[in-house]
Design a protein around this ligand. Structure first.
Ligand code: SF4
Length: 395
């Protein structure tokens, strides 16, 4: 069946040319209670959130994204609007849940894995998601990293020979102008050992008009570049967002989606199925489905790991492997990702295992005799590459 992605109606009093211009969207960002009250009937909880939550973490939205929000319990509204509940002390509250400050060997660099690192090129986003895991950094309004810090970050990347991937993050790198972004891409491409560049961005979701022809033409000059985006709900896949994703993949920029499971937003298998199916149709790969990190002020948005595994189990037989995101939790304090998979194993004895599949089929899998197992004869050809990664990490 052909899937349809409806365009967002242009509000009264705004020209279509302005609405579809990303700089107009950023210039007309909603930031204050008064700005939001012009487009939404604020609830008492949100009113309170503007005072308390706003102090904890900035509030901002593009007019486009705010136009996707519905009534008080609407999923997109929960992502966008501050709540009095941000001030409650939750079961676990961490300013830096991923332990990034411990893995920060140079300004704006988070280096946790041997072969890749994050380069936080800006701390600005066009929408401040209430569940953001990087509240300790995001929202300071430093549009681009200071030049001395930029030079130090670049020197660090140059000095780590084992690095293969650099992930541009922030903040949102696509809030930067094409020319600044091109400078970063060009500097990274001039480093021999950087093979892959990734851009982590929520702009295709919250300001899809940012993905212009000029932008994709520029990015493709620095291939291989991957774009990691962050759709959480099928209603975020509007006509404008679908055009943005299509423009990226048409220019050879693979698009991967990372979603966060959020309470009352998308924690239902039917919602994730609809989102994944639409993404795949647009040639964007559903990649990760993350447990929400215990960032400050997010307890009301978090779900339980049991709930998430149950969603994954329900999806197992209903989504193809191509459409299935990997469920994962970031181990607090910098422990890295831990994959979460429903347990299909019923029993295990010696070489025999009994499994029960998603629809109740039960069967036995028997390992071959251990003495028949050999390692590939040419594995040693790849050992130098393997060993090179060992020394890549900063500590
Ligand atoms: S776009 Fe990303 S970095 Fe920015 S507020 Fe949302 S989750 Fe945080």
């Amino acid at each position: 069946m052909k899937l349809v992605f409806p365009a967002t109606p242009v509000p009264h009093g705004v020209t279509q040319a302005d609405w579809l211009n990303w700089t107009w969207q950023l210039r007309h960002s909603l930031r204050t209670r008064e700005d939001f009250a012009k487009v939404l009937d604020l609830t008492a909880d949100e009113e309170e959130g503007f005072h308390g939550g706003g102090e904890l973490f900035q509030i901002r939205s593009t007019p486009y994204y705010a136009a996707l929000a519905g009534g008080p319990h609407d999923p997109i509204r929960k992502i966008l609007m501050p709540s009095a509940r941000e001030l409650f002390t939750g079961a676990q509250q961490m300013l830096d849940p991923l332990g990034e400050k411990k893995n920060n060997p140079a300004p704006r660099i988070i280096h946790r894995y041997p072969d890749r690192l994050l380069f936080l090129v800006t701390d600005t986003c066009s929408v401040y998601c209430r569940y953001c895991t990087r509240k300790h950094f995001t929202g300071g309004d430093q549009a681009f990293v200071r030049s001395s810090e930029y030079d130090q970050a670049l020197s660090y990347i140059k000095s780590r020979q084992g690095l293969r991937e650099v992930i541009l993050s922030g903040g949102d790198p696509l809030t930067l102008s094409d020319s600044i972004l091109e400078r970063v891409l060009s500097d990274l491409r001039s480093i021999d050992h950087v093979e892959i560049i990734r851009i982590g961005t929520r702009m295709p979701v919250v300001c899809p008009m940012r993905v212009t022809d000029q932008l994709v033409q520029m990015i493709r000059r620095y291939h291989p570049v991957y774009l990691m985006t962050h759709f959480n709900h099928p209603r975020e896949l509007t006509g404008e967002a679908a055009d943005a994703v299509t423009r990226l993949v048409d220019h050879g920029i693979p698009v991967f989606n990372q979603l966060v499971l959020l309470n009352g937003v998308n924690n239902h298998p039917a919602v994730i199925q609809a989102l994944s199916r639409r993404l795949l149709y647009l040639r964007a790969k559903p990649y990760y489905m993350f447990q929400c990190d215990p960032s400050e002020g997010t307890d009301h948005l978090r779900t339980s790991i049991d709930d998430s595994i149950e969603i994954q189990r329900e999806l197992w037989g209903r989504l193809s492997g191509l459409a299935m995101p990997n469920l994962s939790v970031d181990i607090p304090d910098g422990g890295g990702k831990a994959g979460l998979v429903p347990d299909f194993l019923v029993s295990h004895e010696g070489r025999r295992r009994v499994f029960e599949g998603w629809d109740g089929v039960r069967a036995e899998y028997i390992d071959p005799a251990p003495e028949t197992i050999v390692k590939p004869i040419d594995a040693e050809l790849y050992l130098a590459e393997w060993d090179a990664l060992k020394g890549a990490r900063s500590r």
